[in-house]
Write a new protein. Structure first.
Length: 182
């Protein structure tokens, strides 16, 4: 028995665990992992605050399951101008949430700083001024996208099909509660 213990162990047997570990690691694609969720009001990798709103800049925007091209495409947006909420960032990738609450990762080059909103609920009356008794200039159905011009406490000024007017703030999606509070 003692003779077996004193024999030199072949080098291959000593290196076998390291070789097996290296082979297993080589089979795994090297993809970045999303950062852990953090506080609600913070700054992202871009230096801009999170969360914040943007809009889709292209007629075809791939949304992936993770922040990188190695992650599979989960779905494709085909509606330029649709507002999205940026809730996280990883390098040049943005975790976006759409008006339906669906989330996925997209490349920052496919987003625009142009602010838009989407009408929610049923048909909404867009008014000439920020007053419920003001003249109705347009009726917008749920899902209609308009350009956000500004908001006050209860109303947002929006442009839809070249017409500018006011919609109740709670009738649109695409504005943070903390924005434009008077």
């Amino acid at each position: 028995m003692r003779a077996l213990l004193s024999r030199p162990i072949p080098l291959l047997l000593l290196l076998l665990p390291a070789l097996l570990a290296g082979a297993a690691a080589a089979q795994q694609p090297a993809t970045p992992q999303p950062p852990p969720a953090a506080a609600q009001h913070r700054t992202g990798a871009s230096g801009l605050p999170l969360p914040r709103f943007a809009s889709l800049a292209s007629s075809e925007v791939n949304v992936r399951t993770g922040p990188g091209k190695d992650y599979p495409i989960h779905w494709v947006y085909t509606r330029p101008g649709l507002p999205v909420r940026i809730v996280d960032e990883y390098d040049v990738w943005r975790l976006v949430e759409d008006p339906d609450g669906d989330k996925g990762w997209t490349h920052s080059s496919l987003l625009s700083l142009r602010r838009t909103v989407v009408v929610k609920g049923g048909t909404q009356a867009m008014r000439r001024s920020a007053d419920a008794n003001s003249a109705v200039i347009l009726r917008a159905e749920a899902g209609v996208v308009g350009e956000l011009l500004n908001c006050d406490h209860a109303w947002c000024r929006v442009e839809i099909d070249g017409r500018r007017g006011w919609l109740p703030r709670d009738a649109v999606w695409g504005v943070l509660a903390s924005e434009w509070q008077n």
